[in-house]
Design a protein around this ligand. Structure first.
Ligand code: HEM
Length: 427
């Protein structure tokens, strides 16, 4: 029987709901060569088994020098401005052995213990952000909540002084506003961030040399780890701080945004979660965040990979030099791996989703992302119990970027909470 034509990808309608198109690809063209909006040709991998295998395949390099086209060199793909700002040598652009060395360093600084100790600070930021709109009875949850929470949290964790954090908020705002749109503004923001980070690293290194007391922040941790045997150049340190900010920011915005939206559109599931968190039971909260990552996760496509040799994925020959994009959003709805994949089931136990990736590039910030999402969702549902959408779902707009999936705005209404202080967080 002739196979019908592939559905249109990367259109406005596709951005609003890409899942039917991914279901088609999984079934008819699970390893599919397509032309991206940038004009670059790439393979999309959509089945769970192929996706998991590709993410762990060492023949697929993360280093853009293996791309047969000049696209990375011309800046048509990749993070805008990273090349000109000299930030290319970060974890998502390199392979072992450099990746192993840098990953070991960041793992020493970014420990689960450090993240757990950070929980009260995340809760404080969450509370203050909700305070700032709780008396009003309405808010845009993206701009007033999901956006500032991760940026202040990562700045705190990295050790960016409070008086400089609003600059980061502005630069991050440039990135998120222009993602998928004009790249000049983003490139400028990346350059400013890069020179600020270089200066901050330099200052912290001098402070640590003058007074070797353990600084608790991540940048001091990285410098200390690198000063104890393993080498980290100042450029690599700046690239590391940059990728932690870049990878940890819009992703978490979208987990809170997409996650809240999914709960508001699935009232039965939301009621289950709301009842349990109001009783102080957090067991459902943990599986709920995993399910929200699977059901409508923030990272739609994993980052670029390039075939270093001719290889086969799902029976399809991939020529050397070709880019491969693993579609996490499609793999995580594969009916061959998940029962009822299009249903949101917050209590789902068998849930090895790929929302944080897989293999050696598995997300470094997963514990922090989980912490922030759990704090955000539990606080919203407890403090604003009748939270509801204040817009028709058909009127909501999704960002057009290739890698990330997230809403531009999320207007909500609720009964005003009395007695809160409408103020911005004390960062
Ligand atoms: C909900 C939030 C998040 C999601 C869904 C997410 C998802 C991912 C995914 C899918 C990857 C692998 C990409 C690939 O293999 O192509 C990744 C890698 C990474 N993530 Fe996250 N991330 C989140 C939050 C964070 C946070 C909060 C941080 C740090 C503050 C962070 C830092 C990183 C870094 C540094 C890498 C690269 C790791 C490596 O290459 O070894 N992420 N993340």
């Amino acid at each position: 029987m002739p196979v019908p034509h592939a559905p249109a990808l990367f259109t406005f309608e596709f951005a609003a709901d890409p899942y039917p198109a991914y279901a088609w690809l999984r079934e008819h063209a699970p390893v599919h060569r397509t032309t991206l909006p940038s004009g670059v040709e790439a393979w999309l991998v959509t089945r769970y088994g192929d996706a998991r295998q590709a993410l762990a395949d060492s023949r697929l390099s993360k280093n853009p020098v293996h791309h047969s086209e000049q696209a990375h060199r011309s800046g048509r793909v990749g993070i805008p401005g990273e090349r000109s700002a000299d930030l290319m040598t970060h974890l998502l652009n390199i392979d072992p052995p450099d990746h192993t060395r840098l990953r070991r360093l960041v793992s020493k600084a970014f420990t689960p213990r450090r993240v757990a100790e950070f929980a009260p600070r995340v809760q404080q930021l969450t509370d203050r952000l909700i305070d700032s709109f709780a008396e009003r009875g309405s808010a845009d949850l993206i701009h007033e909540f999901a956006f500032p929470l991760p940026i202040y949290a990562i700045c705190d964790l990295l050790g960016v002084p409070p008086e400089d954090q609003d600059d980061f908020r502005d630069w991050a705002g440039m990135m998120i506003r222009h993602g998928g749109g004009p790249r000049g503004g983003v490139a400028r923001a990346v350059k400013r961030m890069r020179s600020y980070l270089a200066e901050l690293i330099h200052r912290k290194r001098s402070e640590l040399t003058a007074q070797p007391l353990p600084g608790e922040d991540l940048i001091s941790g990285l410098i200390r780890a690198s000063d104890h045997g393993e080498h980290l150049t100042e450029n690599e340190a700046a690239a590391m701080a940059f990728i932690l900010l870049f990878a940890g920011f819009e992703t978490t915005v979208n987990l809170i945004g997409n996650g809240t939206y999914a709960l508001l559109r699935n009232p039965d599931q939301r009621a289950l979660l709301q009842d349990s968190v109001r009783r102080g039971d957090t067991s459902l909260l943990a599986t709920a965040v995993e399910e929200l990552l699977r059901y409508d996760g923030p990272v739609e496509l994993a980052t670029w990979r390039f075939a270093t040799t001719g290889l086969e994925i799902g029976g399809v020959e991939i020529p050397v030099g070709d880019p491969v994009l693993v579609v996490l959003a499609a793999a995580d709805r594969d009916p061959d791996r998940f029962d009822g994949p299009d249903t949101l089931d917050l209590a789902r136990r068998d849930n090895p989703h790929l929302g944080f990736g897989h293999g050696i590039h598995y997300c470094v910030g997963a514990p922090l992302a989980r912490l922030e999402a759990q704090s955000a969702l539990a606080s919203l549902l407890t403090r604003l119990p009748d939270l509801h959408l204040a817009a028709d779902p058909g009127d909501l707009r999704w960002r057009g970027g290739l890698i990330m999936r997230g809403l531009r705005t999320l207007p909500v209404g609720f009964t005003p909470e009395l007695g809160t202080r409408p103020e911005l967080p004390d960062v």
